[in-house]
Design a protein around this ligand. Structure first.
Ligand SMILES: Nc1ncnc2c1ncn2[C@@H]1O[C@H](COP(=O)(O)OP(=O)(O)OP(=O)(O)O)[C@@H](O)[C@H]1O
Length: 583
């Protein structure tokens, strides 16, 4: 039923790394203190096995009790210091990563909200939903891991420096583990990258299919498609499970290889140490210290290698987030909406439109709307009225042709200027959670209560709002005071009145309201378009009849255009519709 959605872009490894680094660099103080604390913690931790080695040599040499005690005290100090510093370092590194992640999350959300609606529609909301939820969660969860990886990296480097204080031959023996690690990593890394990307993509498709099922629940019930739809969800879920299992299997192979490498490494260190001590070239203390250091290295080295798995998976999620922040979206504007408006006309030249993968639904539409003129669009269902209105309102970009608002092409207007120039009410009106006043102030944040009341009066909503328990302070939206579809549309119209744009495009679903409600909405629209350039998708012909001109659409074309009186006199399609309506 649904084609596989076009997935939004995913950033390359280099771009992802650069973006993450950029985010980290915003907190230099945290960054430097994290590095300093991790280094100090590792130095203290590495000192413990080296001092233990010394202690062994002192015992073997039969040294004084005093020097044994002194060394033991140093071991205790180093161990305690390592514990405190490791805790501090972990906290600092987590804080650093968390802040970078929070910035990234805000950026992703900001981009997602300002993304071109046509692009969002063609990608499917499931992809963006899984990015701003599952992927963000994955990356945030990985911060603790990243903190561990960071401290492990520092520990590995410092431990190597610790090896340098011992016999170089024992250190060299230890190097035998590296070819094994390199070989397994070289095999695992490219596979893991593919496997984790596939896993995340399968999860996105599953989210999309679930969303489609829920949002289209009514259609699913109406056509009895429950079985078909649940099979589809089952298929996508199964694909997600298979992708996950493949990733887990790949990792298990890698974990096995790591165990082999460790066994080989420890054997080599002990064997070399044994031979050196027997030949009198090294001390038992040095070998003890080397074996303990090697053992100490197991933890961080293993952590680095094991978390390669999670780092890859978090990297795939991060690349999907950076893919969004890399998209070109219109910049946010700090300019407050202008309150004055000047009359603006609309010029439509040869506009055609098709939705992705579909046929042309608007053909070669041309129309000149004078400043202050109102034009109604009428026509049968599916004629292309909503599509044309959305193009004139700047909600959709026409595939072909041009739309000018006054003396500027619509595509050249920055989003905030566009929203100030054209007020659009679509069939999908939404009441946002909060108070009624908050809902109205979305359009004009600085409007006074008086201005809110004036807007409500204009659209005929003042009476029912005043009758509410808390008036303008009544909480509406999810689970709060219910607002009927007709009232929601009145609120949408009131928001436009507050925005006070020179042009309005109204495509209301007046069919949803009862006939008394529909009349009320019609009056609200008429009041709103007075003194503005207006395009009204008229679902009731009485509404069209109050406009200066009417454009009749059929199969995507404007087939008649003129004043209602002219069209009635011409005896064409509008005349037919009008006489049928009056009967
Ligand atoms: N988002 C979309 N994706 C694909 N096709 C679409 C989309 N929106 C509308 N269409 C198709 O474009 C054509 C014109 O639809 P449009 O909604 O513009 O017509 P309309 O005249 O406003 O119809 P109605 O009065 O029923 O709302 C229809 O065939 C419709 O199925």
């Amino acid at each position: 039923m649904n084609p596989t959605p076009a997935i939004l872009p995913v950033a390359t490894g280099r771009v992802t790394g650069a973006a993450f680094w950029q985010a980290l660099r915003r907190y230099p103080l945290l960054g430097w203190t994290s590095v300093a604390a991790s280094t100090a913690a590792s130095v203290a931790a590495v000192a413990v096995p080296i001092l233990l080695g010394r202690l062994v040599d002192l015992v073997v040499a039969g040294d004084t009790v005093r020097s044994l005690l002194l060394t033991s005290v140093w071991i205790l100090v180093a161990a305690l210091g390592a514990a405190v510093l490791t805790g501090t370092a972990n906290w600092l590194v987590s804080e650093w990563g968390m802040r970078a992640c929070a910035d990234l999350r805000e950026e992703v959300l900001d981009h997602a909200l300002r993304m071109d609606s046509a692009r969002l529609e063609s990608a499917g909301s499931g992809d963006i939903a899984s990015r701003v939820t599952e992927d963000v969660e994955k990356v945030t969860d990985s911060v603790r891991l990243a903190a561990g990886v960071f401290t492990a990296l520092v520990t590995v480097v410092i431990t190597f420096a610790g090896f340098a204080t011992l016999d170089w031959r024992i250190a060299a023996a230890f190097l035998i583990v590296f070819p094994v690690h390199v070989m397994s990593l070289r095999r695992f890394v490219p596979r893991a990258k593919r496997l984790y990307a596939a896993e995340r993509e399968a999860a996105a498709v599953r989210t999309q299919s679930l969303l489609n099922t829920f949002t289209g629940a009514r259609t699913v019930h109406a056509y009895g498609m429950e079985d078909r739809q649940s099979r589809r969800v089952e298929q996508t879920s199964r694909a997600a499970v298979v992708a996950r299992l493949r990733a887990v299997r790949g990792f298990l192979w890698f974990a096995n290889m790591m165990n082999y490498a460790e066994a080989i490494g420890l054997t080599a260190v002990l064997l070399t140490g044994f031979l050196l001590v027997r030949a009198g070239d090294s001390t038992v203390g040095d070998v003890t210290a080397a074996a303990l250091l090697f053992h100490r290295l197991f933890g961080p080295l293993g952590m680095l290698l094991i978390s390669f798995n999670d780092v890859q998976s978090a990297g795939a999620a991060l690349a999907r987030l950076v893919g969004i922040t890399g998209l070109d979206v219109p910049a946010a504007s700090a300019v407050a909406p202008a309150t004055s408006r000047r009359p603006t006309g609309i010029t439509v030249t040869s506009v055609s439109h098709r939705y992705p993968g579909g046929p042309t639904v608007v053909h070669d539409a041309s129309l000149e709307i004078a400043a202050g003129e109102s034009v109604a669009i009428v026509g049968e269902s599916g004629a292309g009225k909503t599509t044309l209105a959305a193009i004139l309102g700047g909600v959709l970009s026409a595939a072909e042709g041009e739309v000018w608002l006054g003396d500027r092409p619509i595509g050249e207007l920055p989003p905030d200027e566009l929203r100030r120039a054209v007020g659009v009410v679509t069939q999908e009106v939404h009441v946002f959670a909060g108070t009624l006043a908050d809902d109205l102030r979305l359009a004009a944040p600085h409007a006074s209560d008086e201005e809110l009341r004036a807007a409500l009066t204009l659209v005929g909503a003042h009476e029912w709002v005043t009758a509410l328990p808390d008036g303008l302070a009544t909480r509406v939206g999810d689970g709060e005071h219910p607002v009927s579809p007709g009232q929601a549309q009145q609120l949408a119209l009131a928001r436009i009145a507050l925005l006070d744009p020179p042009i309005v495009v109204l495509d209301e679903a007046s069919a949803e309201a009862g006939s008394a409600g529909a009349r009320q909405l019609e009056q609200a629209s008429t009041a709103l378009i007075r003194g503005r350039t207006a395009v009204v998708v008229a679902h009731r012909l009485t509404q069209a009849h109050t406009c200066d001109r009417v454009a009749v659409m059929s199969h995507g074309r404007i087939v008649e255009l003129g004043s209602p009186e002219e069209l009635v006199a011409a005896g064409g399609r509008y005349a037919e519709l009008w006489s049928a309506w009056r009967r």
